[in-house]
Design a protein around this ligand. Sequence first.
Ligand SMILES: [Zn+2]
Length: 402
Amino acid sequence: MSALTIDARDGSARTGRLRTAHGDVNTPAFMPVGTHATVKSLDPDEVRACGADIVLCNAYHLALRPGVDLIERAGGLHSFMAWDGPILTDSGGFQLVSLRTVTAVDDDAATFVSPYDGARLRVTPEEAVGLQARMNADIVMCLDQPVAWGADAAQAEAATKRTHRWAERCAAVHPGDGRLLFGICQGGFDEQARAASASRVAGLDFDGIAVGGLSVGEPLEVMEAMTAASVAELPVDRPRYFMGLGTDAELLTMVALGVDMFDCVAPTRLARTGAALTPDGRLPLRRAVYRDDLRPLVDGCPCPACRRFSRAYLRHLIGAGEILGHRLLTLHNVTHLSTLMAGAREAISAGRFGVFRAETEARLRAAGDGEEGADAADAGQPQRIGRTVESARIPGTLGPRG
Ligand SMILES: [Zn+2]
């Protein structure tokens, strides 16, 4: 039986609930990234108040620091980080393309070098599942091997075949106990290979399936075509997760294709640079134009930053390097993406998702290209930020788009 109940469909878009051992997740869902078992600068109660049902943690980083033994002794991730809702842990597969310091990937395992102390960590697919289960993750991700944009067809094929062999080994050690195990399909940047990979992984009867290896620098048309080719082969009753996305427009594009779950480091990382996500695109608060702007960031936004403070005050905090500025922008940015997903769910239920998407995109365009325009560059950020790389300051880690 699928853990996903679909309540309504509108075209290929769908809305429903994903049941986990720690509660339901309303889908389509945005998962804030808490790489190190914290959504940066937020208390778990605040994460909940931002509208998040589920958070993502990174098993690779947590296995290196503070170590799975301590997390297990603390009673698992939920009690360790005081978040009682659902937790999805990523396996570390993405680090195989994002870290310069991976020493070896062979058929049996991936060997990582710790960015903290240089220690080596060799992880087999079975161990990747076991580590996440010991952390008590509600949703456990298979170990996979994505490739970077620009990889040639032979590299993509080899990595995809390895991902399939690893998926079989992960499926054979399903952690049970109410935990969900998600497979990950790859296929590089070729539609046929994408469809074949999705079909192969779908055949392994996972509780959900992620589309991996995208949003790594490829053009939007390629990303959309690859996702469509993948999703077409996935079982309709299982949750689908696009790893590491994105802008408002990209998220709605993927919702339209029938994707149910997303994660992205953008809301927390952009907050650190002083940029707010808004329905009119990114608002780079460091700009002088906001110095005397006493309006709220976004009219009607329920977050504490918008309810109580002005753009001018937030800009002042950011300029003065005050922690409160970072925290308030994080609260706002996570609330913004939760609100976008809530709007999508409501629109799908009402059979007007197409209108909702068109209105959202029109508002972004009217604001001067919004996220696609100069604001993103101003914020020092790429247009798209890929899968769970909330670790830009760790030596040896490439930027999200390489
Ligand atoms: Zn707000």
